[in-house]
Design a protein. Structure first.
Length: 684
């Protein structure tokens, strides 16, 4: 039989190499390991702080985003989604566009901000409008030049016409002259009587009066009447000038429209006042046609400045109509960002973000330093591996395996030798110095275990510190005499505490009790296989090993618990194996119990059973001992399903007899396994 070879340290003088290895471990690896440990601690601490800071930032962002999303009338979100990702992007990409919240003492700034907020709300909620009608006030002034009209009217008012001699006596009484003029007009041509008093009238006198009112007077009167007509026409035009209808414009223009309409009305009022002043002066001239009427300069307000405002409003509105959607989105953005900074000020966001960024930068630096140190550490570890390789040989591995086989396992007849041929170096197994063939399972297990132990010992210190050991049932195929030898090897291996972790499995309770002597920290577990139904596969579960097995391991105690379960539990799919194994467990328990009760070899077994269990129960106990736990008398029993229905009865006979004969021992069994006193017994 041949086995793959490996190397372990040789025993020659290697002090210089060992010194180099120790120097590397002490002066290179140790400080780096300490620094790596510190860095790992720093990273863990900073990651905790970073998580706290990041969670705080994200929590604030998430809460703010939720409030922003749920705002209504108006909504400040475009679409249906707005979460932490959106608000993060808003802060990172548009922080310069967030409105600045003024202090409460700055009333003007607060008022301006409030105005913008209300304007944004209006723009978000309103709908687009049609193009409004353009109002032109200036063009109407082109047909009426007030300055020229005023100058011409002044000339008419200041014009003085001559009075005929016949009327000289009335020239200082304009009312009388006007009365005479109207009287002449009333009487017509060649009147015979006065229409007022009925007296006869001199035709010549009437004719002279008519001649007294010259064509110059008539012309002046006509001009004055024309001026009055023009004034009335201009007043009508002023009265027909409309206000700007705010319904034709966007709501946020309402204040501007109100101011423009007020200015229009003021100008109209000023103009009408000037025109009425002229009208009154003309009327005065008409009454006193022969007198000069004085008039001061009149103020005539201009529409040009108002027209600039109207044009600006109109052009702005047309632009807003064309850019309505863009303006609405800008208003939404403004209002949303206002609510964001109101809930989560930029200064607070910046502070928390900087904390997170700084910690992440620090963590990155720690990782870079950690990577550098790990690379250096790996280089030095590789140097150690190379140095250790120079100290190893296959022949030493053979010596160590043989030492384990011959000394630790007491099998001097088996040995290994190293063989070097063209295919390489391998180990050859010999029995009594001859090449071994047809090794037994026990011999194979011993060689494998010795090989395993020697192979583990060949690992470097660094390799051991990273290695997890799993030793699966090391005595499953060995004679029980080898249990202690195996235990001793494993004990020596574990006590050095060189490996990362150990797993040890066994079916052997005697071997299990030795594990209590291991000083290393250990836990015990049980792998339990159950079958829930016939048509379902079995399942295995890892459970904590009962303390009575891990702390005080004896098969006697274990068998008592199995019998107790049969006596107190109803049979089901999960505990079927307990009932099935009852005959063997019961037989072994009875044999052990009776041996300690009756240790002499002269008394027959049947007599021991009759004495301990009583004649009335002896038949049941004999059946457990003979029929159920053996197949030689009933060869067909092993071929047929076992009838477990009477096992509870038999188990109760065993427990009742034990309690009857030795109550203290019975209670001690219960206490050791943390079991309660069974209700089918009467406690005494």
């Amino acid at each position: 039989m041949t086995i793959n070879s490996f190397q372990i340290s040789i025993g020659s003088d290697t002090n210089e190499t060992l010194k180099k290895i120790e120097d590397i471990r002490l002066n290179e690896l140790k400080p780096r390991n300490e620094k790596l440990s510190q860095i790992e601690s720093n990273i863990t601490e900073k990651q905790k702080k970073n998580k706290i800071s990041k969670d705080s930032l994200d929590s604030k962002l998430r809460t703010t985003a939720s409030k922003i999303k749920n705002l209504k009338n108006p909504s400040v979100v475009v679409g249906n989604k707005y979460d932490i990702r959106d608000i993060k992007a808003e802060f990172s990409e548009h922080s310069s566009q967030f409105p600045i919240l003024p202090s409460q003492s700055d009333k003007d700034a607060l008022a301006e901000l409030e105005k913008k907020i209300n304007q944004a709300k209006i723009r978000i909620l309103e709908k687009n409008i049609n193009k409004p009608q353009k109002i032109d006030l200036v063009s109407s002034d082109k047909n009426f030049k007030f300055t020229l009209f005023l100058e011409n009217t002044k000339k008419l008012l200041s014009k003085v016409v001559s009075v005929s001699n016949i009327l000289d006596e009335y020239k200082n009484s304009p009312d009388k002259i006007n009365w005479i003029k109207h009287g002449v007009d009333i009487h017509g041509e060649n009147p015979e009587k006065c229409v007022f008093c009925g007296n006869s009238i001199d035709g010549g006198f009437i004719k002279n009066l008519k001649l007294a009112f010259s064509d110059e007077i008539s012309s002046l009167e006509n001009e004055l009447a024309k001026r009055k007509s023009e004034i009335k026409s201009e007043i009508q035009k002023l009265n027909s000038i409309p206000n700007i209808n705010k319904e034709d414009y966007f709501n946020d223009s309402a204040a501007d429209i109100q101011n423009i309409n007020k200015d229009i009305r003021n100008v109209i009022s000023d103009r009408k006042e000037a025109l009425k002043t002229l009208e009154s002066k003309i009327f005065e001239k008409q009454r006193d046609i022969f007198s000069k009427i004085e008039i001061n300069d009149l103020n005539w307000s201009d529409f040009s400045e108002i027209q600039v405002e109207i044009d600006s409003l109109y052009n702005s509105t047309i632009k807003q109509i064309e850019q309505f959607e863009d303006r609405k989105i800008k208003s939404i953005d403004f209002l949303r960002r206002y609510y964001i900074v109101k809930e989560f000020p930029i200064s607070e966001f910046t502070k928390l973000s900087n904390e997170v960024d700084k910690l992440e930068e620090d963590i990155d630096e720690e990782f870079k330093e950690q990577k550098k140190l790990k690379e250096e550490k790996e280089k030095f570890e590789q140097d150690i591996i190379e140095l250790e390789r120079s100290l190893k040989s296959e022949s030493e591995a053979v010596k160590r395996i043989n030492m384990i086989l011959q000394n630790s396992l007491s099998h001097s007849e088996i040995s290994l030798g190293s063989v070097d041929d063209e295919e390489g170096i391998y180990f050859e197994v010999s029995r009594n110095e001859a090449r071994a063939y047809n090794l037994s399972e026990g011999e194979k297990s011993l060689i494998a275990f010795a090989y395993y132990i020697a192979r583990l010992e060949s690992l470097s210190t660094e390799e051991k510190s990273k290695t997890i050991l799993f030793i699966d049932d090391p005595i499953s195929s060995l004679d029980e005499n080898n249990i202690f030898y195996i235990y001793n090897l494993i004990f020596c291996l574990l006590e050095k505490k060189e490996f990362l972790q150990y797993f040890l499995s066994t079916h052997n309770l005697d071997f299990l009790k030795y594990t209590n002597k291991f000083s290393v920290k250990k836990d015990y577990y049980l792998i339990e296989k159950t079958k829930e139904a016939e048509n379902t596969p079995s399942r295995s579960y890892i459970k904590k090993l009962p303390k009575y097995l891990s702390n005080k391991v004896t098969e006697f105690v274990f068998l008592f618990e199995q019998i107790y379960r049969v006596a107190t539990e109803e049979e089901n799919e999960n505990n079927f194996s307990v009932f099935y194994n009852f005959p063997n467990n019961g037989r072994k328990f009875i044999e052990t119990l009776l041996y300690f009760k009756y240790p002499d070899y002269k008394t027959k077994n049947d007599d021991k059973i009759n004495s301990y269990f009583g004649n009335e129960n002896a038949a049941f106990i004999q059946r457990i001992n003979n029929e159920y736990s053996h197949g030689e008398d009933r060869f067909d029993r092993t071929r047929n399903p076992i009838n477990t229905s009477e096992f509870m009865h038999d188990a109760r006979i065993i427990l009742s007899a034990l309690y009857q004969n030795d109550p203290e021992q019975f209670k001690s069994f219960l206490n050791n396994s943390n079991l309660i006193f069974p209700d089918f017994l009467e406690e005494r």
